[in-house]
Design a protein around this ligand. Structure first.
Ligand code: NOJ
Length: 515
């Protein structure tokens, strides 16, 4: 593992909505640079930047038109390189979002591949050999386009219809138009991706969050060929850029870590039970106390055991694809959420604005956001014009902002010692002070029963053992706990007590103690 991940706490920046310095209503790279000290003061020391490349923005930039060119609305390539330098100057790191599964329909490769006459980009995307032969019925292909282009064939799409699928081959080709994974065209796509990664790594970026990393090879039900492909990319990076970090959007850590990723995200869809914690009818972290964390813990533990010593799993506070966590939980409940997120193994990811509990707004779709748009609203910095996000005209803002009288803003929360912002800052400091709480300290669940509170676990390394106990419910609770308290290092609400191997906790409380 690259050592810097061990103590990292990431801050995810959706560049459209973070800070606009040129007044066009859309965030930009100079704006991000201006706010680096703020991020550092909060305690985050690593950034994940959502796609900032040239794009028609049919899917907020996840439809790339040039992997090696910054979108003019965010600035220039030089601005991005300056951002890398400013980040490093502050002893922080930065990863870019990398989208290898598909491009936009505007990408010059795609335009070439649509031509009637064969050319060197004909094999860059997944095309059938006749307009009447559909490509959509194979594992990993979400749809197809036909009849739109001069070429006599259908082309596969990977997500939205404006995102044609790049061709990494089929694990088990059954038709003549399906490339084997080691065919020249599939290897050509792979090489093009290595080149794009090298382009940014050579300019100072520290690695990538890889979009839909498990989706590359088609008809690869058991992911064997996709894992092999990533191993090859990892081998290449190990030789050329050994410090480069790869983090996958995959959701199956046993597979992604085998592919050479350092970490994998737990996803809000699929089998992780992540949603049971914060975003469902009865979230575990709600004070009503009707939640259930046991299925989450069971899956987490299974994944943790499968990946032990090999890598890590990231549990984010949220991201640009899901409802803001504040939609389900209030400030006091959120403080307990962060006691959990910031004391788990792996690397915590904080979504911009979550540190002040920004609300989820119900909005019409912007740039292919649909229901996700409400989690992508411009940052609320202060009570000035457009909440300090932009000097531009309100009607030009990327989306509308929270108009409620009590909309959370950074400046107010920084001025208030008991704010969510300060609780998060405090928890990050404690995490960094104790290596056993950092990424690769081990975890052992001490108490987690179906529909029961509290949640108790032990984080350890060679030097210390820390018992973490969290009771999000409003009720006082007790549970068996065979440890003796030595020193309290964090508390929220009333102090926890351990007597006769029983842990007692008040409603809405948390404690970290050395045992
Ligand atoms: C996952 C990204 O997080 C999401 O925003 C995007 O729409 C899809 N992948 C397609 O790239």
């Amino acid at each position: 593992m690259s050592h810097w991940l061990e103590e990292s706490v990431f801050y995810e920046i959706y560049p459209q909505s973070f800070k606009d310095l040129n007044g066009d209503g859309i965030g930009d790279i100079p704006g991000i640079i201006q706010k680096l000290d703020y991020i550092k003061e909060l305690g985050c020391n690593a950034l994940w930047l959502n796609p900032c490349y040239l794009s028609p923005f049919g899917d907020a930039g996840y439809d790339v038109a040039d992997y090696c060119q910054v979108a003019p609305r965010y600035g220039t390539n030089e601005d991005l390189v300056r951002l890398f330098k400013e980040v490093h100057k502050r002893d922080m790191h930065i990863i870019l979002d990398f989208v290898p599964g598909h491009t936009s329909v505007e990408h010059p490769w795609f335009k070439e591949s649509c031509k009637a006459e064969p050319n060197s980009y004909w094999g860059r995307y997944i095309w059938s050999d006749s307009i009447w032969t559909d490509v959509a019925d194979y594992d990993g292909i979400t749809g197809s386009l036909r009849g739109l282009y001069p070429r006599n064939g259908c082309v596969a799409v990977n997500f939205f219809s404006n995102q044609p699928a790049l061709n990494y081959g089929f694990a088990h080709p059954t038709e003549p138009w399906q490339s084997p994974v080691d065919s020249p065209e599939a290897l050509g796509t792979r090489q093009a991706m290595k080149d794009a990664m090298a382009f940014w790594l050579s300019k100072g970026c520290d690695g990538f969050r890889v979009d839909m990393a498990g989706s590359l090879v088609k008809n690869d039900t058991d992911s064997v060929e996709t894992i092999r492909l990533w191993q090859d990319i990892r081998n290449y990076l190990d030789r050329a850029y050994p410090d480069a970090v790869l983090i996958s959007e995959w959701g199956e850590p046993d597979k992604s870590l085998m592919g050479g990723f350092h970490m994998d995200f737990l996803l809000h869809f699929g089998p992780s039970h992540y949603m049971d914690l914060f975003r469902c009818e009865h979230p575990y972290f709600s004070r009503e106390g009707k939640g259930d964390a046991s299925a989450f813990v069971e899956t987490y533990q299974k994944n943790y055991n499968l990946t032990k010593q090999k890598g890590m799993i990231c549990i984010p506070s949220g991201n640009h694809d899901m409802d803001r966590i504040r939609k389900y939980l209030d400030y006091e409940e959120l403080k307990l959420v962060y006691a959990f997120l910031l004391s788990m193994p792996g690397v915590p990811f904080l979504y911009y604005g979550d540190e002040i509990g920004m609300r989820h707004l119900e909005l019409n779709s912007v740039e292919g956001g649909y229901g996700r748009t409400g989690a992508r609203t411009p940052m609320q910095w202060d009570n000035g014009k457009n909440y300090g996000f932009s000097d531009g005209e309100e009607e030009n803002l990327y989306t509308v902002q929270d108009s409620s009288i009590d909309a959370p803003v950074v400046s107010q929360q920084m001025a208030k010692a008991d704010s969510l912002w300060h609780e998060i800052q405090k928890l990050i400091k404690i995490r960094r002070n104790y290596p056993s709480l950092c990424a690769s300290g081990t975890i052992e669940f001490v108490y987690c029963q179906p529909k029961k509170y509290p949640l108790v676990y032990l984080r350890s390394d060679e030097k210390s053992r820390i018992l973490v106990a969290i009771n999000p419910s409003a009720e006082d609770v007790s549970c068996p706990c065979p440890y003796e308290m030595k020193e309290k290092i964090y508390g929220f609400g009333k102090d926890i007590q351990i007597e006769n191997e029983t842990l007692h906790m008040s409603g809405q409380s948390a404690g970290f103690v050395l045992v």
